[in-house]
Design a protein around this ligand. Structure first.
Ligand code: C2E
Ligand code: CA
Ligand code: CA
Ligand code: CA
Length: 279
């Protein structure tokens, strides 16, 4: 509302209304896409830094379009969180990840867990422990076949409740990684009370780490913080040999990034893993 000559003038904001209409339309398309099973999971390897052998796979959502392109998760996850659709979509992801776990086990990779991204809305508004354990059980997998990735900012929305959910996940044998580590503002005293298994150093800090003293200082601090808490530390977004060498030299446990394998359909990844194993 603007004030003109002392009179309040209400103007219809066309741009805002258009954005609102676009979001509603997208939400409708997402609803249909879930119903029609149109989403896909891609998988990216997380590797042992020491020898490059696979340590886990991260499941990443893809929304294929009729023209062969993909709508990236950055374009729809936030909307799904706002509308609550992330609960239904997240449930689909958990089940699809369990199916992939079954395929992995049947191809000789029983020990390779699948890490699933979970948003704050799911953490605080659904029975996550139940959904994870039931999905694994339905496919004859142990609970440890699925892992969870949560961001620092998700946990900080409700630290007390987050602590409880993490306790019950841990008691159920589901490992939890703290994603995008270093980008939030959790204090060390808070972190040490969380039942976590690993930390993923955000790729913003891994970028340029071998040349940028500031990023190197942050990575060193995050590695030492993680290790002092007895956690596995994972370097994300590794794109160059220089970054990989730096992380290996500084004791990073696991590495993930385009250099070590892009996100791809499970069949392709299985072929890649088999090739490396048999060579
Ligand atoms: P994230 O969990 O931090 O996932 C890592 C992102 O970095 C992925 O983007 C991955 O494709 C990308 N990436 C991996 N290696 C490299 C690299 O070397 N360089 C660069 N530049 N990027 C790399 P993606 O798949 O577009 O996903 C973006 C975000 O969307 C994820 O960030 C995650 O927060 C969210 N997301 C994806 N799938 C799911 C899901 O199933 N559920 C939820 N709640 N969120 C998801
Ligand atoms: Ca992640
Ligand atoms: Ca991340
Ligand atoms: Ca991220």
């Amino acid at each position: 509302a603007a004030r003109e000559n002392g009179v309040v003038v209400l103007r219809f904001d066309h741009a805002l209304a258009q954005r609102h209409a676009d979001r509603l339309q997208l939400a409708g398309r997402i609803h249909l896409a879930i119903e029609r099973d149109e989403f896909e999971l891609y998988f990216q390897p997380i590797r042992h830094a020491a020898d490059g052998s696979p340590a886990a796979l991260e499941a990443l959502l893809r929304w294929p379009q009729p023209d062969g392109s993909f709508i990236p998760p950055s374009d729809f996850i936030q909307l799904c969180e706002d509308t609550g659709q992330i609960i239904a979509l997240g449930r689909w992801v958990i089940r699809a990840a369990a199916h992939a776990g079954r395929v992995l086990a049947d191809n000789g990779w029983a020990g390779l867990p699948i890490a699933v991204n979970v948003s704050a809305v799911q953490l605080f508004n659904s029975d996550l422990v139940g959904e994870f354990t039931r999905a694994a059980e339905a496919l004859g997998l142990p609970p440890g076949a699925l892992q969870m990735e949560l961001t620092e900012s998700s946990l900080m929305r409700n630290p007390a409740q987050a602590m409880q959910v993490l306790e019950s996940l841990s008691a159920s044998g589901i490992a939890v990684a703290l994603d995008d580590f270093g980008t939030g503002f959790s204090s060390m005293s808070y972190l040490q009370h969380l039942a976590l298994d690993s930390l993923k150093i955000d790729r913003a800090f891994v970028a340029d780490v071998e040349r940028n003293p500031r990023n190197a200082a942050i990575c060193r601090a995050l590695l030492s913080l993680g290790h002092s808490m007895g956690l596995v530390v994972i370097g994300e977004g590794v794109e160059t040999e220089g970054q990989l060498d730096w992380l290996v030299a500084h004791g990073c446990d696991h590495v993930q990034g385009y250099l070590l394998g892009r996100p791809m359909p499970l069949r392709e990844l299985l072929a890649l893993l088999a090739l490396a194993r048999d060579s």
